[in-house]
Write a protein that binds this ligand. Structure first.
Ligand SMILES: *[C@@H]1O[C@H](CO)[C@@H](O)[C@H](O)[C@H]1NC(C)=O
Ligand SMILES: *[C@@H]1O[C@H](CO)[C@@H](O)[C@H](O)[C@H]1NC(C)=O
Length: 368
């Protein structure tokens, strides 16, 4: 605050300079909002990013760091002890280790948050923290409801060196070293085309009251992949858990959102805390729909890849050549899977090659 006396004595030149400063700040602010599609809504920590362009106020420490200073993020992978989860985690961790120390990486430590309640046989292979599952019955058969609860417990119990966290899933493969995409101070997330809060207004409003603002404040995202500051996630995670349980309890919401309920719950919970994410389409690619890995960071192999021998996609029909994680529900895929026929997109070829490279190098692959 500038006192009135000081104001009165201030020279006209100073006032002109101040006015220019404010114009400059406002201009930068607007440009930034337009570029990032990010609006600060008084979310405490979230206003940090906006100060970058303000020439008058002292910049907070985290943005004062030179551009080349690293902002490492911790990779947090929620998982169960089912064979299906385990083999995916092993491949995921293998590729984390390959990319972590390459140029451009800001990847920090790694934790598998094992939410099945007791240790399994991968404790020595992958850094792991065991947390409790939800009390019996509470998940109503929807196992991913355990994710928010797992994060709540981990954030409470663990000592996490990094200020940022990447929430990851077992069927993620790091195709290249990942920088901290939340560099601006805002969390970064991948936009999912099937998460449409604005087209589900009636339902979303049960959990996001009108006084919070338009439903367009809710990002079209899930909790993963997201890179977010630890203190923000600590605020969001308990709300995320509550919202997901409430959504699951409400039959209309449960029916409408089905398997993506817990994604909506994260989107709504973060909006309830006034947090918006920078949407990064390059965060992830999803074969077979995305054809190239170029300039993307994570392969998400959630969709089956079915092709005929001419290299044509036969989606929905079992292909003569196929790679589908669901073919391996009870145990790991064998080493050295056959590569797809000519004509299949680079993304699918790369996926299979990366799976093969991991399984060839992970000791005792077939014994898990
Ligand atoms: C979650 O719900 C419980 C029970 O309704 C409540 O006690 C708690 O305060 C809620 N926490 C948050 C963060 O919303
Ligand atoms: C992998 O399989 C191919 C045939 O699909 C075979 O030619 C090759 O020798 C195998 N490589 C290893 C290391 O087993």
């Amino acid at each position: 605050m500038i006192g009135r006396k000081t104001m009165a004595r201030a020279s006209p030149l100073l006032l002109v300079l101040l006015a220019c400063g404010f114009c400059f700040a406002t201009y930068n602010l607007l440009t930034m909002i337009m570029h990032n599609r990010v609006v600060g809504r008084g979310a405490g920590d979230e206003s940090d990013g906006l100060l970058v362009s303000d020439p008058i106020i002292e910049m907070p420490d985290n943005v004062k760091k030179p551009r080349n200073a690293k902002l490492p993020f911790h990779i947090a992978l929620t998982a169960t002890d089912a064979p299906y989860s385990k083999w995916q985690c092993r491949i995921m961790y293998y590729w984390y280790k390959q990319q972590k120390d390459l140029p451009g990486s800001e990847m920090g430590g790694f934790t598998r948050i094992l939410h099945s309640g007791s240790p399994d046989n991968l404790m020595d292979e992958i850094p792991t923290m065991v947390v409790d599952p939800l009390p019996a019955g509470l998940d109503r058969g929807y196992i991913v409801l355990n994710r928010p609860w797992a994060f709540v417990q981990w954030l409470e119990k663990a000592t996490i060196e990094e200020e940022y966290i990447l929430m990851a899933e077992p069927d993620h493969i790091f195709v290249r070293p990942v920088p901290n995409l939340a560099h601006t101070g805002y969390p970064a997330a991948f936009p999912f085309f099937y998460i449409k809060p604005d087209q589900n207004e009636k339902i979303v409003r049960k959990f996001y009251p009108e006084e919070m603002g338009p439903v367009t404040n809710i990002d079209p995202i899930g909790n993963s992949p997201v890179i977010i500051k630890k203190d923000l996630l600590k605020k969001i995670a308990p709300t995320w858990m509550n919202v997901s349980l409430k959504m699951k309890e409400d039959p209309e919401t449960d029916k409408a959102f089905g398997w993506v309920l817990e994604m909506y719950a994260y989107a709504v919970a973060s909006a309830l805390h006034g947090v918006q994410h920078v949407l990064r389409k390059d965060f992830m690619l999803q074969p077979p729909w995305d054809l190239e890995t170029k300039d993307k960071f994570i392969i998400h192999y959630t969709y089956g890849c079915d092709y005929n021998m001419k290299g044509e996609l036969t989606y929905g029909k079992i292909g003569e050549w196929r790679f589908d994680k669901r073919s391996y529900l009870r145990g790991p895929p064998p080493r050295n899977l056959s590569l797809p026929p000519p004509g299949v997109p680079e993304s699918v070829v790369t996926l299979v090659k990366m799976v093969n490279e991991a399984t060839a190098n992970i000791p005792n692959w077939n014994t898990e």
